[in-house]
Write a protein that binds this ligand. Sequence first.
Ligand code: SF4
Ligand code: SF4
Length: 202
Amino acid sequence: MSVPGEGLVKGLAVTLKTMTRRSHTQQYPDVEPDLPPRSRGVIALLEENCTVCMLCARECPDWCIYIDSHKEEVVVPGAARARQRNVLDRFDIDFSLCMYCGICIEACPFDALYWTPEFEYAEYDIRDLLHDKERLGDWMATVPPPPVHDPNGEPSKEESTAAKKALPAGDRPAPAGPVGRRGPASSPRSSERTSPADEAET
Ligand code: SF4
Ligand code: SF4
């Protein structure tokens, strides 16, 4: 048999217990949250790496990547004929449709797309969630640096190449012959890296 007022007393007991506990509320926006570096906030575009291969747009399950381009002739001194290269005219991502699956970033073979933990881009007008290539490029400044290389792991391809170049000419190992697909560099900010857009010239 229930005692009248028992529920009220239990409720007040919970209230009193909670009042004496320390609060864990994060005071956002006064205090910025400390997000993990791999948080999926927004997608950044490194335009010079984009070869307009369209893989990201084709793989996007929401069809929210819009790409336009044109071809340009590049005259190479000494070459028998002019080469053609793709020039990116438009690269937009509609974040009102994006479901942050990351497939476009995984699909890009040239490391042109990156996650950044930046999330403060809410808009009053939904149309403003369409970010063009300039805005996507601006997000590159917020991409966290790649993780530190495992000291016990194998050296990266870039480190091995740099070590070989540092050796005197006679001590360098013979080239291994033709290789397959060249992988992209690990760092988006590597100044030594050649642009895949140049590599894609035909
Ligand atoms: S994260 Fe997913 S939904 Fe968003 S643009 Fe990339 S592929 Fe499309
Ligand atoms: S971002 Fe990557 S996958 Fe998308 S078109 Fe450019 S190079 Fe291709």
